[in-house]
Design a protein. Structure first.
Length: 454
């Protein structure tokens, strides 16, 4: 969990006071963004230690406000007995365990935070492995003061496998090939004897190779793979992991997820779960040989925060959503069920695998003379006032395959008979999580009608 924060600028305060510059007062809040805890590798068998980097970010709530440059204070006094801190160039050390770091302004309209400090942490050669302590942070920028934040630092002995973050890819062409490149490394103080890799390629992607030391499972949103690598990975060793993928004709908003762990029989069984896995038949996926180390191999990974990564791969494709309504009949007092169907006519599937948003949200009002009753996966704009002008919204699942459809059943209680009562149902096309207008080439068929006694 990460918190954020910022520092002070007298000139910015003066401008804000006379109403000339950006406003950054009570309508905003600063946060310090840091890991809640991290594990440092203790000394290895020869007494050597490895440095770990800890990034401190700063953000604020109201991006319509401009926030001036600020100052972050870092207090590492609780670590003095077992760890060393190296300060970056933007930090001025007041002592060996305390520093003040300058960070840049955040202009109005700019989303995201700014880097406040990139700290280096390493265990002392004679550190007690049972030791622990907190790095503590405070900050201010102009009239804003962040809530204090802290990171718990502990020591550990063992391997520490990690994956680098591969770059996202956009505007890929269906029918072409691409690669995801990442670096796997061991930043711990012990070697790992075998490695377990997990991959997941979403439905619009295909693995170019199905390796014989991997097993594969198809599922509704794509294909997963589990690979066991027999080469040892020593402390400090890094290697490139390249995964070849085919961008299918159904690709649109795709994801490639992968993770790495020290191998154990238990880890493999837990990763398999209850699924059915099929061994690959292609050439083995291997690592380059690693020189023998005097450190003993281990199975417990020291820090799992960098073991998993997700990569976005968006394709240049479209998916045509079409709505179909229905006609129902009934007398006063009857409850009738109208149906509205959202169909994906492709060619792409549509999925919100990151945000988990519905593929489509439809909006409607009750036809004249009727009252909408409770519905699953639906909500109203004013749940306390179900009058005829109230708007109702219903969301599909978070993915729809090409050719697939989802039907909403809308229960209507007839309070009075109005011949040919009609309500228009249409998609909401500009939701921030998944904008239909960005992928649907034909919005003319994104509306339909519910007709009662027509």
């Amino acid at each position: 969990m990460k918190h954020r924060l910022l520092g002070a600028a007298v000139a910015g305060c003066a401008l804000a006071a006379v109403g000339v510059g950006p406003v950054y007062a009570a309508s905003d809040q600063l946060w310090i963004s840091v890991p809640s805890e991290t594990v440092l590798p203790g000394p290895d068998a020869e007494g050597g230690t490895r440095e770990r980097t800890l990034e401190v970010l700063v953000t604020h709530d109201n991006i319509e406000n401009g926030v001036p440059a600020g100052r972050l204070t870092v207090d590492a006094s609780e670590l003095a007995s077992f760890a060393r801190v190296s300060w970056p160039a933007n930090c001025v050390a007041e002592s060996a365990v305390k520093a003040v770091c300058d960070f840049p302004e955040m202009p109005a309209g700019k989303d995201g935070g700014v880097a406040a400090a990139r700290l280096g942490l390493s265990a002392l050669p004679d550190a007690d492995l049972s030791a622990s302590g907190y790095l503590r942070y405070s900050a201010a920028a102009g009239e804003l003061t962040a809530y204090p934040a802290e990171t718990r630092i502990t020591l550990g002995t063992g391997p520490d496998l990690g994956l680098s973050q591969a770059e996202d890819q956009h505007d890929l062409k269906p029918g072409t090939n691409t690669q995801v490149r990442a670096t796997v490394g061991n930043t711990g103080n012990r070697a790992v004897g075998r490695t377990l890799l997990w991959f997941d390629a979403s439905y619009g992607l295909r693995f170019k190779e199905r390796h014989s030391n991997c097993e594969y499972r198809e599922h509704a949103t794509g294909t997963s793979a589990l690979c066991v690598l027999d080469e040892a990975v020593a402390p400090g060793e890094q290697y490139e992991l390249v995964t070849g993928l085919r961008v299918g004709r159904k690709a649109l908003y795709e994801r490639f997820d992968h993770s790495v762990l020290p191998y154990s029989d238990q880890a493999l069984e837990e990763a398999r779960g209850d699924g059915t896995w099929t061994p690959g038949t292609g050439p083995e996926l291997n690592l380059q040989p690693v020189a023998a180390q005097s450190a003993a191999a281990g199975e417990d990974d020291l820090d799992l925060s960098d073991n998993y990564r997700a990569v976005v791969l968006d394709a240049r494709n479209t998916a045509d959503l079409k709505l179909t309504g229905s006609k129902v009949r009934g007398a006063v007092g009857d409850t009738v069920t109208a149906q509205v169907t959202v169909r994906n006519r492709g060619p792409a599937w549509v999925a919100s695998l990151g945000a988990g948003a519905p593929v489509a949200v439809v909006r409607f009002q009750a036809p004249a003379g009727t009252k909408v009753l409770d519905m699953d996966n639906c909500w109203s704009s004013d749940p306390d006032d179900p009058n005829p002008s109230t708007s109702y919204y219903c969301g599909t699942p978070i993915w729809l395959h090409d050719g697939a459809s989802h039907t909403f059943e809308i229960p209507l209680q007839i309070e009075r008979v109005v011949r040919g009562a009609r309500a228009t149902v249409s998609t909401v096309n500009d939701l921030s999580e998944l904008e239909i207008r960005k992928f649907d080439p034909n919005l003319r068929n994104n509306s339909a009608a519910i007709v009662v006694n027509g």
